[in-house]
Structure formats: structure tokens, C-alpha cells
Design a protein around this ligand. Structure first.
Ligand code: ADP
Ligand code: ZN
Length: 613
């Protein structure tokens, strides 16, 4: 209702100003004096009037001294007749210059048409206004279809991320340098007819710095950075995702040169037709739209799409064709030196104690991603603050390693005496098997304090980064994994659910040894794989096996044999060292946590040398 009142008011205001404008137009110069026709006749009679203009019924007259008059005559009677009838002598009339003109168009409009069209205008105006209101409302309802592209890095508060903030990733940085140069001066490349990649696929596990690198490219090139995430598209109604893609690209093209960053592209770009049932129309439409947009780029559109994924293997082949994401940049997990660099970058600007040795921290964090390391520094800072310290100490950092790795300690998770006993023997089992096998990573810490979802934990860390693993190492790892299970069985002659996760990890590893690494003599050096892994839901249901049922049985038997051998190894070690196991378990029950030196002292072995710890 309020809308209608408002709209009516607006229309009225418009009309009033229109009428005002018309009246302004019609009167020009000094205001003429209105006269009765008899008065005008008298003036003509005494010769004051010099000329007369007749426009319809309107008469305007000018006197010899320049004074202007208006008058109205009867319609359908000529001026001459009117004057004669009023008794003006004919020669007097003849002395006046009379001009007859068409009635003025403006006044005709005002006089005759306006009254007719005014109500129409009013009604039309109201309709138009209401329509606009309604349309706006519906646009708001559907505005989630509009892309929520985020323009990152334009916030002046955001510290601009540059290549200097990206640790390691030397090859990746080298490869994107070219992109930076192109974005800085696209014309230079166009002149030479160089084809610049439109799509760059950043491949790397979560937290390796894909977003970070893309942002750095945008900032180095000083171009806007548009962020969209693949997972956002999946939740939407059919068609909305495609709309949003169109919108994002339009915005980017307008801002070109620019970077569009598509995070988690695998959420939309999974191979088409891989799903079960329907329900993937949305993904397909969204994917198609991305392809259309990328193909539709003008050679002059300096828009570069950077997409991130950690599963390039499941991407739709159409995405990887030339002219699309034809360039891949691999972001490796950080090596020791990279880890030192990441730690250094993230600790600058924070109060760090003098005794801190980031190299030691880096040595103890193999397998940590850049994000894990950033998180570690943050956890250490929180820890230092909670303890009321002035700076972050080495202990804070080392303590945070486990927190990041396994989740926070759950001291509130109170174990009963019996549970404590079982957990202690279980963990002691892992630790003793690990310490006894030359191919196993050394034990770093043993604890029965639960962390995250683990009841207790035995931390073993490789003494250096490893890129290749041997069969012996896998076998040792399996024996260690099954050490907890074996200890429970030998000591208590009973099993608990505590070993379930160990068993799962062990089974997965054994299966990979058989089907992927060719580490089973019986199965030979073949890769027994699925043609492609299907999308999440269908995954379990649709293993497109490339092998027969018979082979599947053989694989199962081989996996079983590998696990059995590992259990035999673990049980042999534990039986041999039962006394030591009991000592370690007892110590765990009283102390809860054993550090590396304490543990190795207890079992009477020299502690393994860590590079520089
Ligand atoms: P991804 O996109 O690969 O999942 P991000 O780029 O979002 O990972 O990384 C998350 C955070 O981790 C970054 O904001 C940064 O603080 C840190 N980080 C990751 N890799 C690096 C690196 N190479 N150098 C410095 N910091 C890094
Ligand atoms: Zn275990």
C-alpha cells in the first residue's frame, strides 16, 4: 500500500512539473495586456494598433509604441467581421497589418490532448512503478544466482601477498612468472601473436599454498583477483551455477586484465557421467558453462583462470584440452628447507625467543603442509600467551607439533584403570615393534593421553624426508601398526575396539601394496585399478573394476597373507620382549607420556640420532 501512495505522489509531482513547463513555454517576453474584443476594436478604431496576429481564436496585437495586447474573438467568425461588427471603419482596419497563423501546437496540445492523456499517463506510470517494484523483489529472491565473486586483495587492510610470502614452490613460482608478465602488459604478447594460457591448473594437496600462489600472482601483476569456490556451485538449483559462472566471467572481463581463481574445481569438474542416477545436471551445466566461457574468450581478453585441485585424475578430460586448463603446475609438499622457509615467514613479526631453532621444528614436521606449519606457529603463539610468556619458546613450538598433527589433548577423557592398562600395553606394543625393526621410523614419543580421536598414540617420525618407500619399510610399518593389536592379544588374551583404526590403516596399506605398487610376488607387477574413481556417493557402489572376480579373490588372499605376515612379525617381537613391554606399559601408566630419550633409555637402546635435534 505504501508503495502505491508513494508512486501516485511521484506521478503527480511529474505531471505538475510538466504543466508548469508547458505554461513557461507558451508565454514569451513581456506579459501582454489582455483586452476585451470591444476594447481592442476601439484601439484599432483610433489607430493605436500597428499589427495583429490571429492564431485560432487568440488575437495578439502590438501598438505603435510597442505595447502588446491579447484578446479573444468568437470562434468561427473572422477578425475582420468582428471588427466591422464592432463599428470600426474599414479603412482603419486596412491600416493595420493582420497576420493569420495556425494555432500554436503547444497550446493545442495543452488545451486538447493533455486532459485526455493525463489519466492514461497516471495509470501507466503507476503500473510501471509497481512492475519495477515487483521485479526488484524477485531479483532479490534470486540474487544468489548472481555470482558472489569476491574481489580479494582490494581491501587496503589486507596486506598484499606477494611472491615473497610464498615459501618454497620454486618451480611453481618460476612457471607463473610468465603469467605475471603477461597480465602486466598483455599487448606486448599479443603483438607477437603469442598464445598465453587461459587456464592454469594448480595441483597440490590441501594447504600447499594454491590460493596463496594465485593471490600472489594477482598482486604481483597488480590485477584484480576474483575468487569462486567449486563447492559453492554444487549446493545450488539447476541453472543457478551456470548463471553464476557467466556472471563471474563477465565481471572479470570487464575488469580485465584479471585473474579468476576457482577453488576446488574438482567439485564441479569431475568427469561427466560418472555419477549414479540423476542429480548431477547442475554440476554438468556449471561445468559446461565454464567451458563455454573459456572457449569464448577473445584473444584480447586478458583474463586468466587459475583453478585449484588435489585430484587432477578425476577431472573431466574436456577441462584439460588445449585452450582450457592446458597448463598444470604441481605444488609439492614442502621439503625440509621449504618448511624452514614457511616457518620463518610465518614467525616474522611475532616475538620469538632467542633459543628457538626453526630447523629442529622443521625436521620434526615431515609431511606437514604450508597451512599446517602456519597453524603450528599460531598454536605456539596461543600457548605462549596462555602461559603468560613474553615470547614464543622452542617448547611451545614442539608442543604444538603434536597438537596440529593429532588434535588437542583431551585430558578430560578419563580412562578407567582397566582402560589405562589396555591402552598402555597397546601403545607399548606399537613402540617396541617400531624400535625393533630397522626399517621402521624411530619412535618419537609414546603417550596414553587421548588426542583428537586417538585413545593414545605412538609418534614415529622419519629422520629425513622420503619420496620413495621400499617394500621393507611398508612391511615394517604394517608390523608396527599391528603391534598394538598383537600386544593386546598376547597380554590380555582378549581384543578391544581400540585397534580398529590401526587395522583399517593396515588393510588399506596392504591392499595398495598389492594393487598399486606391485609388491606382491603372487600378483606380479601389475596395477589392478579402477578405470576411474566415481564421484563421492557412487564411489563405494561403482568400482569399475578392470579385473575379474577371480583376480579379486586372489588380491584379497594376497592382502590377507601380507597382514598375516605382519602379525607374525609383531607377535614374535612382542613375545621376545614381553618383559620390556611390561616395563614400558607400567611407566606409561604412571607418567602417561614418554619422550624419545626416556623411551629408548627404558628399553636399553641408544636413541636414534636426529639430524640436529
Ligand atoms: P590451498 O589453497 O592449497 O589449500 P592455501 O593457499 O589456502 O592452501 O594455504 C593456506 C595457508 O597456509 C596460507 O594462507 C598460508 O598462510 C599457509 N601456506 C601454505 N603454503 C604456504 C607457503 N608455501 N608459504 C607460506 N605460507 C604457506
Ligand atoms: Zn594403535
Amino acid at each position: 500500500m505504501r508503495h502505491i501512495i508513494r508512486s501516485t505522489a511521484i506521478v503527480f509531482a511529474l505531471l505538475i512539473s510538466l504543466a508548469f513547463a508547458v505554461s513557461l513555454l507558451s508565454d514569451t517576453g513581456t506579459q501582454p495586456k489582455p483586452l476585451a474584443i470591444s476594447e481592442l476594436a476601439a484601439k484599432v478604431g483610433d489607430g493605436t494598433i500597428r499589427d495583429i496576429t490571429v492564431r485560432g481564436d487568440e488575437i495578439s496585437a502590438t501598438a505603435g509604441d510597442g505595447a502588446a495586447f491579447t484578446a479573444k474573438k468568437e470562434p468561427a467568425v473572422s477578425l475582420f467581421e468582428t471588427l466591422v461588427n464592432a463599428g470600426v471603419p474599414k479603412e482603419k482596419i486596412a491600416a493595420v497589418k493582420v497576420e493569420v497563423k495556425d494555432p500554436s501546437s503547444a497550446s493545442v496540445l495543452a488545451a486538447s490532448i493533455l486532459p485526455i492523456i493525463l489519466p492514461f499517463l497516471l495509470v501507466l506510470g503507476m503500473f510501471w512503478y509497481m512492475y519495477r517494484q515487483a521485479r526488484q523483489g524477485s531479483m532479490q529472491a534470486f540474487s544468489f544466482g548472481k555470482s558472489r565473486v569476491k574481489l580479494a586483495g582490494m581491501n587496503p587492510d589486507d596486506r598484499k601477498i606477494t611472491f615473497r610470502d610464498v615459501a618454497g614452490l620454486h618451480e611453481a613460482k618460476e612457471e607463473v612468472r610468465e603469467v605475471v608478465e603477461f597480465l602486466r602488459d598483455p599487448a606486448k604478447f599479443h603483438r607477437l601473436g603469442a598464445r598465453i594460457p587461459r587456464g592454469i591448473l594448480l595441483v597440490g594437496s590441501p594447504g600447499t599454498g594454491k590460493t596463496l600462489l594465485a593471490k600472489a600472482v594477482a598482486n604481483e601483476a597488480r590485477v584484480p583477483f576474483f575468487y569462486v569456490s567449486g563447492s559453492e556451485f554444487v549446493e545450488m538449483f539447476v541453472g543457478v551455477g551456470a548463471n553464476r559462472v557467466r556472471d563471474t566471467f563477465e565481471t572479470a572481463k570487464r575488469a580485465a586484465p584479471a585473474i579468476v581463481f576457482v577453488d576446488e574445481v574438482d567439485a564441479i569438474g569431475r568427469a561427466r557421467g560418472a555419477g549414479i542416477g540423476g542429480g548431477h545436471d547442475e554440476r554438468e551445466q556449471t561445468l559446461n558453462q565454464i567451458l563455454v566461457e573459456m572457449d569464448g574468450f577473445d584473444t584480447n581478453d586478458a583474463v586468466i583462470v587459475m583453478a585449484a585441485t588435489n585430484r587432477p585424475d578425476i577431472l573431466d578430460p574436456a577441462l584439460l584440452r588445449p585452450g582450457r586448463f592446458d597448463r598444470r603446475i604441481i605444488l609439492d609438499e614442502p621439503s625440509l628447507n621449504d618448511r624452514i622457509e614457511v616457518l620463518t615467514i610465518h614467525s616474522t613479526g611475532k616475538p620469538i625467543a632467542k633459543n628457538v631453532n626453526l630447523r629442529v621444528v622443521a625436521e620434526r614436521t615431515p609431511g606437514f603442509s604450508g597451512a599446517d606449519l602456519a597453524n603450528l606457529i599460531n598454536e605456539a603463539a596461543i600457548l605462549a600467551a596462555r602461559k603468560g610468556q613474553k615470547s614464543i619458546s622452542q617448547d611451545n613450538l614442539l608442543e604444538s607439533i603434536e597438537k596440529v598433527m593429532l588434535g588437542p589433548e583431551r585430558r578430560s577423557h578419563v580412562l578407567s584403570v582397566k582402560e589405562k592398562e589396555v591402552t598402555a600395553h597397546h601403545e607399548a606394543g606399537h613402540a617396541i615393534v617400531a624400535a625393533s625393526l630397522p626399517h621402521s621410523d624411530p619412535v618419537h614419543k609414546v603417550s596414553i593421553i587421548s588426542r583428537g580421536r586417538a585413545g593414545g598414540y605412538t609418534l614415529k617420525l622419519p629422520s629425513q624426508d622420503k619420496y620413495l618407500k621400499t617394500k621393507s619399510e611398508f612391511e615394517a610399518e604394517l608390523a608396527v601398526l599391528l603391534g598394538g593389536y598383537s600386544a593386546e592379544q598376547l597380554v590380555f588374551n582378549e581384543l578391544t575396539t581400540g585397534a580398529s583404526n590401526d587395522l583399517k590403516v593396515a588393510s588399506d596399506l596392504a591392499r595398495r601394496m598389492v594393487t598399486q605398487y606391485g609388491m606382491s610376488d603372487a600378483m606380479g607387477p601389475l596395477s589392478y585399478g579402477e578405470t576411474h574413481e566415481s564421484i563421492f556417493l557412487g564411489r563405494e557402489l561403482m568400482h569399475d573394476r578392470t579385473y575379474s572376480e577371480h583376480i579379486a579373490q586372489q588380491i584379497d588372499a594376497e592382502v590377507r597373507a601380507i597382514i598375516d605376515r605382519a602379525v607374525v612379525t609383531a607377535k614374535r617381537i612382542i613375545s621376545d620382549k614381553m618383559d620390556t613391554l611390561k616395563v614400558v606399559a607400567q611407566e606409561l601408566i604412571t607418567k602417561e607420556t614418554l619422550e624419545q630419550e626416556q623411551f629408548y633409555a627404558l628399553i636399553g637402546q641408544p636413541a636414534p640420532v636426529q639430524a640436529s635435534a
